[in-house]
Design a protein around this ligand. Structure first.
Ligand SMILES: O=P(O)(O)OC[C@H]1O[C@](O)(COP(=O)(O)O)[C@@H](O)[C@@H]1O
Ligand SMILES: [Mn+2]
Length: 659
């Protein structure tokens, strides 16, 4: 064999990890074995919108996969009730144990014994498609050795029975059974979902987006395709005031300001004081939260929320105007509206037509200079910006969103993105001019990603630049934003005009064109995916199941998985969320009925009812060798084989470690 200088130094480097023929050969054998295992199960979710309880239940029950495994293992040998209880225990071990201890007070020893055996059985089934080494890496520290022994012991083999029983008995005797239940349940849950894809929109509307991110951060294998709401929060976390004002407005609209104040530790006193003083004699009725979720609030509190809501909305309209003016390539001049208001008459002229405003009290707007923030508004935004930049938790989440997030992802031949690939009506990729060049299709996505990443590197160096930061706002609401996908965001009209026709936000032609297979193939090809093999996984637009909309489009090439985890959208979708599952057998779409409550789930073993639809069955069961990871492993095997050759020909010397 002949090696170039560069190759030789590469193989010498590799030889440091595999110092002998024996070591390199062992690794080749191990990696080749992995290629033959069934591919791990990928789960896809999107549009979680702060609904932590539903999210965690679907993740815990792995969209019904845990139940299926319990059925596979026990069939009819145990009762339905026992199966449901076992499932709940795996989903919520800590809470369920408390309930059971209460119910089975006198017979806990027996209960532990039966249950520990059952959990080991389920765990064995869940781990059967992984290598021992992979399972070992997933084992909880405390019980690593014990679980490994139990998983690989044949409890029925005559000589092993005592040994197996002995381990379980000891765990119970030394009062470690509860910890064991929690550890093995967590292991089962982590084994059934090998990889989790979140196709955007973790934030806004629902109450606990921060808890969702905290939970995702504990998972081993996750990726996120940023949604328009995620990018909005990322922009806010980096100090973009256009994004900060939107984040606050939406939180006020859903009566969720406590997320900002309590969960992220951002002081809202300055906004409250400013709003109270500025809108002192104003009931701000137009700015009542969307759902009167604030029923628990006193009338004074409700008034304050409305005043804060109005104050931040006006500030938002002004800041957005400034962004639009300093970035002419956004081509959003039609969104400059404050200068179209006739302040005395309380009307606005849009597209040659006059509309009456539902509210005409604008104490902070100077009709001569309507887009300008007042001194107090400016001061307020500086304080809020400072708080957003200094919220430790928000900054931690921002880092995570950059670490595992992207505009799009190609993974095992599937293309994942939240919103759309902007298109023109005649089916071409829509162009966007950025500075002096224009981009479309994949090139546009990559260019925007580059800008979003530059904003972060500026942020890390504390050298913010409005050119990049403004783009995060553009991605939230711009007409050619792949994350937004609409011609305009009609926030102003939706709050202030009664004429519903002005509320309409026209979709990018992509959303009609994606019904055609040809469009999907064109997109897949642009992203380097063979359309015969690949699919597009799309979030963002709630599938109107009730009206008969099909989540599967483009002759099976594209799947929309926004099923309405966000409660306010469930009356449109008629369900409460989708998960797409891609395992070695094929692609399955699971649609979930609403999650009732965590309490009901724990006490009554009430699971979400899930309907599954197999979208595509693989002719031959897919193995790790058929996946992206498999391709990487094959490259490693190839390199190791070359190293082996180099050892055998004496080009590189073996270096066994001397004792
Ligand atoms: O339901 P709300 O709170 O009125 O929000 C509506 C706004 O949300 C958007 O639909 C964007 O959010 P989604 O990404 O969840 O669709 C805007 O287009 C629209 O103006
Ligand atoms: Mn969205």
């Amino acid at each position: 064999m002949k090696l170039s200088k560069e190759e030789l130094s590469y193989y010498k480097l590799l030889a440091r990890s595999y110092r002998t023929i024996q070591a390199a050969s062992t690794e080749i054998i191990n990696l080749s074995a992995i290629l033959n295992l069934p591919k791990g199960t990928e789960h896809f979710m999107s549009d979680i919108h702060g609904e932590y309880d539903s999210f965690i239940h679907i993740v815990n029950n792995a969209s019904g996969v845990v139940k299926r495994k319990i059925n596979d293992v026990f069939g009819d040998t145990i009762s339905q009730k026992d199966k449901s209880e076992l499932a709940t225990l795996i989903f919520y071990p800590k809470e369920k144990l408390k309930v059971i201890e209460h119910e089975h007070e006198d017979e806990m020893q027996d209960w532990y014994k039966v249950t520990l055996f059952r959990l080991v059985e389920v765990c064995r089934n869940a781990s059967s498609k992984y290598t021992r080494s992979k399972v070992r890496k997933a084992l909880p520290n405390d019980f690593a050795y014990v679980i490994e022994e139990l998983l690989h012991e044949q409890e029925n083999a005559p000589n092993k029975q005592d040994y197996y029983n002995g381990i379980i008995d000891t765990i119970i005797r030394i009062n470690r059974a509860d910890n064991f239940v929690m550890a093995i349940s967590e292991l089962i849950r982590s084994l059934v979902i090998d990889h989790l894809h979140i196709v955007g929109d973790i934030f806004d509307r629902g109450p606990e987006p921060d808890r969702i991110i905290d939970t995702l951060m504990t998972f081993k294998s996750v990726d996120i395709q940023w949604g328009n709401h995620d990018i909005l929060w990322m922009g806010a976390a980096m100090g973009c005031t256009g994004c900060i004002s939107n984040v606050l407005r939406i939180s006020a609209r859903y009566d969720n300001l406590s997320i900002i104040e309590e969960n992220y530790g951002i002081n809202l006193m300055p906004l409250a004081t400013f709003a109270m003083e500025t809108y002192e004699n104003d009931l701000c009725e137009v700015f009542a939260p969307k759902e009167e979720a604030s029923a628990d609030n006193s009338p004074q509190q409700q008034l304050l929320i409305r005043q804060m809501h109005k104050a931040i909305s006006v500030i938002q309209f002004k800041i957005e105007s400034a962004i639009i003016k300093r970035n002419p390539w956004y081509q959003m001049e039609d969104r400059l509206l404050l200068d179209k208001i006739h302040y005395e008459q309380g009307t606005i002229k849009i597209g040659g037509k006059n509309y009456e405003l539902k509210d005409n009290k604008w104490p902070t707007i100077d009709p001569e200079n309507p887009h300008e923030l007042t001194k107090d508004e400016k001061k307020l935004m500086e304080r809020l910006q400072h708080s957003f930049l200094n919220s430790e938790k928000l900054q931690k989440h921002l880092h995570y969103l950059y670490e595992v997030g992207n505009m799009h992802l190609v993974f095992n031949n599937n293309l994942l993105y939240h919103g759309c690939i902007p298109m023109t009506r005649n089916g071409n990729f829509q162009r966007m001019k950025i500075f002096d060049k224009s981009y479309n299709g994949k090139a546009l996505i990559l260019k925007l990603e580059k800008i979003v990443r530059k904003a972060f590197s500026n942020h890390l160096k504390s050298t913010p630049n409005s050119y990049e930061l403004d783009f995060l706002w553009y991605l939230w609401a711009g007409p050619v934003s792949p994350l937004f996908g609409k011609k305009k965001m009609a926030t102003f009209e939706r709050y202030l005009l009664s004429d519903k026709t002005t509320h309409h936000e026209e979709n990018n032609p992509y959303f009609a064109l994606r019904d055609e297979e040809e469009t999907c193939n064109k997109i897949l090809t642009d992203f380097g995916i063979d359309p015969k093999q690949g699919h597009i996984v799309n979030g963002h637009t709630p599938v109107k199941r009730k009206k008969g909309e099909n989540p599967v489009k483009g002759n099976g090439k594209l799947i929309v998985i926004d099923g309405g985890l966000a409660k306010p959208y469930q009356n449109i979708t008629g369900i409460a969320g989708y998960t797409l599952i891609y395992n070695s057998y094929g692609l399955t779409l699971a649609s979930h009925k609403p999650f009732q409550s965590r309490k009901k789930a724990i006490i009554e073993n009430a699971d979400i009812s899930t309907t599954k639809l197999m979208l595509e069955r693989n002719n031959v069961r897919k193995r790790v060798g058929d996946t992206d990871v498999g391709n990487e492993l094959k490259e490693q095997i190839h390199d190791l084989e070359r190293l082996l050759e180099a050892y055998r020909e004496g080009i590189i010397k073996e270096q066994p470690k001397r004792l």
